[in-house]
Write a protein that binds this ligand. Structure first.
Ligand SMILES: [Zn+2]
Length: 492
């Protein structure tokens, strides 16, 4: 009902592609009676790249409207559902084909009210956020002495029963890196900490946030079920608050903390994936899949996680759709639901990635390449390709197109490029990565500070340029990314 017609930049893009000198030469068939030869794929890729940088602001408009209209989009929420319907309507307006929504069941988690404070030796307020999936505390809260551990491994080394009646806290620090490697190391404590603490008798679990900032913002995120539930209430503390407790403990004080949460579960909720195609002109059954996730955590508005990912892949596919000639293969955009919670709910793993791989099982053999944008809005600096094409002509061409916007070759094959596309990759579909600079990503990741104002439009557009060019090259080629040029398997 409230879907305005495509914005001016889209019309401007058409002008960009149609009147530039290269396009005029290459796509003369557009206006002339006799068809001219099609432009070389590399020339089209370069044009798409340049069009994305020339004021093509579909991406920014997408993330701006999405975050303004729907705010946070927790998995299984009405906000997520309405955002999915909005996205499908926008896809249709942008001229995509096969636009539809695929629903799947989830158990939604609702934060409710929460609070945390030090009660002894003196009362002090704390900034905390319940971890996703955490059960509520009793109405009166839980209170106990805090036992601090430097790492998850240190907690695991504590004997059974040693934490009876206590609150366990893991106070490890996440390391800031460009490629986000620090997250993988730190996040285990968030995922497994509550279970390990409960096994040793703890009544609650606290975590120094998995984040690199020094602000009084807690970073939420999901934590793992053990025997069908998260066993004890689990909270992230803002980093300065966790450090405060650790310093008090180091001073020899017995620190007591009170925690309260009214979190709850909605058992019969549903989430959904939104699918849209730019149908290939020659081999439409072959799919280059671009993924991002539509759900977000609940405290911010999911602008950088993952509103920008959706915006980047949508804008890239829209550019390809509006090129004078379609690519040979289909470019498919999938906005996955329920990425942020990953609990097993039969018959699916709850997140949209499993639902997609299950629903499209028969088609995965003709999915030729898959990528995901889920690392914020900062610039792409590195291209990762499947092992089979790491050295070949495809890589050389792609890098010639991407080098002018600052993208270098990864020396290793792309792997684990996204949670949502994980099940599709596990089914044998090759993956690519356009790695973004993640140096600042974990300052706001999963916090209340994940809002639109954090997005740098110029860097966002550089992402669109890289995705449009790479997706076009893959879709217009007949490269077999599974085997092309593949070295023999390693000998045992
Ligand atoms: Zn994400």
């Amino acid at each position: 009902m409230h879907h305005p017609r495509p914005p001016a930049p889209l019309r401007r893009l058409c002008a960009t592609l149609c009147v530039s000198s290269l396009a005029a030469a290459a796509f003369g068939a557009h206006a002339a009676a006799a068809p001219a030869p099609a432009a070389a794929p590399e020339a089209v890729a370069a044009q798409l790249r340049d069009a994305a940088l020339a004021g093509h602001d579909i991406a920014y408009q997408w993330v701006s409207e999405l975050t303004s209209r729907f705010g946070p989009r927790p998995a299984g929420s009405v906000n997520e559902q309405q955002a999915a319907e909005w996205a499908a309507a926008r896809f249709k307006e942008l001229g995509f084909e096969n636009v539809h929504i695929e629903s799947f069941p989830v158990t939604a988690w609702v934060r409710g009210a929460e609070s945390a404070q030090i009660t002894s030796p003196l009362a002090q307020p704390l900034v905390a956020a319940a971890l996703g999936e955490s059960p509520p505390t009793p109405a009166a809260g839980v209170e106990g002495e805090v036992v601090t551990f430097a790492s998850l491994d240190a907690l695991k080394a504590a004997p059974p029963g040693s934490l009876s009646g206590k609150i366990a806290m893991v106070a490890g620090r996440m390391v800031r890196t460009q490629d986000g490697a620090g997250y993988g190391v730190a996040v285990d404590a968030r995922v497994d900490g509550a279970g390990e603490a409960a096994q040793r008798g703890a009544i609650a679990f606290l975590l120094r946030s998995v984040g690199t900032d020094s602000h009084r913002l807690a970073h939420t995120g999901t934590t793992r079920y053990v025997d069908g539930r998260v066993p004890v209430p689990a909270f992230a503390l803002s980093n300065p608050d966790a450090d405060q407790i650790a310093r008090l403990a180091a001073l020899g004080e017995k620190v007591r903390v009170r925690l309260y949460s009214s979190a709850s579960y909605v058992k019969d909720a549903h989430s959904q994936n939104v699918i849209a195609d730019v149908r290939g002109r020659a081999r439409p059954q072959e799919v280059v899949l671009l993924g991002a996730h539509l759900d977000s955590w609940d405290q911010g508005t999911g602008a950088v996680d993952d509103g920008t990912g959706m915006a980047i892949i949508t804008a890239a596919a829209a550019l390809i759709r509006d090129a004078p000639q379609r690519p040979r293969r289909t470019v498919r955009v999938v906005l996955f639901g329920s990425e942020e919670i990953a609990q097993p709910v039969a018959p699916y793993g709850a997140f949209g990635g499993h639902a997609y791989a299950d629903n499209h099982k028969a088609e995965l053999a003709t999915h030729v390449l898959v990528g995901e944008s889920d690392f914020g809005a900062d610039r792409v600096y590195r291209l990762g390709l499947p092992q089979a094409v790491l050295q070949g002509e495809f890589a050389k061409t792609a890098l010639r197109v991407l080098a002018p916007i600052g993208v270098l070759a990864a020396t290793q094959a792309a792997q684990h490029v996204g949670t949502d596309v994980g099940p599709t990759v596990e089914a044998g579909v090759p993956e690519f990565a356009l790695n973004q600079d993640g140096s600042g990503y974990f300052d706001i990741h999963h916090t209340a500070d994940d809002t639109l104002d954090k997005i740098d439009q110029e860097q966002l557009e550089q992402n669109v340029a890289a995705w449009a060019a790479l997706a076009w090259l893959a879709a217009d080629s007949d490269v077999d990314f599974r085997t092309h040029g593949a070295p023999p398997p390693p000998q045992p």
